[in-house]
Design a protein around this ligand. Structure first.
Ligand code: GLN
Length: 307
């Protein structure tokens, strides 16, 4: 049996007790149906081989992980200057859905694209005349990255749309200050669909591998994300990818990573591999409890910290 496979099986077993210490997110009602005991990992190497273990067939929604992908698309469409005129580059130290700094920080633009306010501003920039055009464009880009036909979970998207009053208020605040334009409900429809894009940890690891490979698709050798944009995205993953515990994660794990409240985490080890992790039970900050443990053990084992 392969060494990497043995290691992943072993890490899953070791991390399972940590997984069940967390709690499944329920502020989006449909997410509360997830099984807190699920735990899965995939490592996708840049030579296009992959290893996976645990509940790796289980699909989950990307939630905040989608923010990195949308950022990559919009940066390639408009360039840094335009995008960063609407959203900043600094970590906040606040929870991902906080509204506080939108008011106190001048100018009134979100501090970075990984918090909800910043992500909503980025999604607002996706090219297209209608929600459908914008959505098709984003989904096509995601399918390019995974090399698979992916779709979204309608129940989760609808459930979030019905309850997204905090995100709604962030949008109206930003609209007042000229950060976003257009119809707020349309933007929320698009954003909740983006967050509800569904895949398993193997697909997620593959996207992480494209970022790790400086934006080059592993199968076709095509530059699907420009090198500069891949670098910017990985930098945000380091500084803001794990919400307000990005600093602790940088010390303990040291891998560019982005997490979502569904319990997914996408990791990207530059020049080596992508990592997809799933464990829906979350810690108080909103990161997968079992996923954090898995990544910490894996990074230590292979000395994958970029620092
Ligand atoms: N869709 C979620 C929200 O906006 C994403 C948040 C997250 O994964 N942290 O609340």
């Amino acid at each position: 049996m392969n060494h990497t496979q043995d290691l992943l099986d072993d890490l899953i077993n070791q991390a399972r007790p940590f997984a069940i210490k967390g709690k499944v997110a329920d502020y989006i009602p449909a997410l509360s149906d997830q099984d807190p005991t699920d735990l899965a990992i995939c490592i996708y190497s840049l030579d296009n081989t992959s290893f996976y273990s645990g509940d790796y067939m289980k699909k989950f929604t990307l939630q905040s992980i989608s923010k990195v992908i949308t950022l990559a698309l919009v940066l390639m469409d408009y360039g840094e200057e335009k995008v960063f005129s609407k959203v900043g580059m600094e970590p906040t130290g606040d929870p991902f859905n906080s509204i506080a700094k939108l008011e106190t920080h001048k100018p009134s633009k979100p501090l970075n694209p990984m918090i909800n306010a910043g992500a909503l501003a980025v999604t607002n920039m996706i090219k297209g005349d209608t929600v459908i055009e914008k959505w098709d464009r984003l989904l096509e880009f995601i399918c390019h990255l995974t090399g698979e036909k992916v779709s979204y979970n309608e129940d989760v998207a609808y459930s979030e749309l019905q309850t997204a009053n905090l995100n709604r208020s962030l949008c109206y605040f930003m609209k007042q200050h000229g950060v976003i334009t257009g119809n707020v409900e349309d933007l929320l429809v698009l954003y909740t669909k983006q967050c509800a894009v569904e895949m398993n940890c193997v697909d997620l690891a593959k996207i992480g591998a494209v970022f790790a490979n400086d934006g080059i698709d592993l199968e076709t050798g095509r530059q699907v994300i420009s090198r500069d944009v891949a670098r910017i995205c990985k930098t945000f993953m380091v500084t803001c990818g794990m919400y307000n515990s990005s600093g602790e994660f940088a010390i303990k794990v040291g891998i560019p990573a982005k997490s979502g409240v569904s319990g997914g985490i996408m990791g990207s080890v530059p020049g080596k591999c992508g990592i997809g992790v799933f464990g829906p039970a979350l810690d108080e900050i909103g990161n997968s409890s079992g996923g954090l443990k898995l990544l910490e053990m894996l990074s230590t084992k292979y000395s994958w910290s970029i620092f």
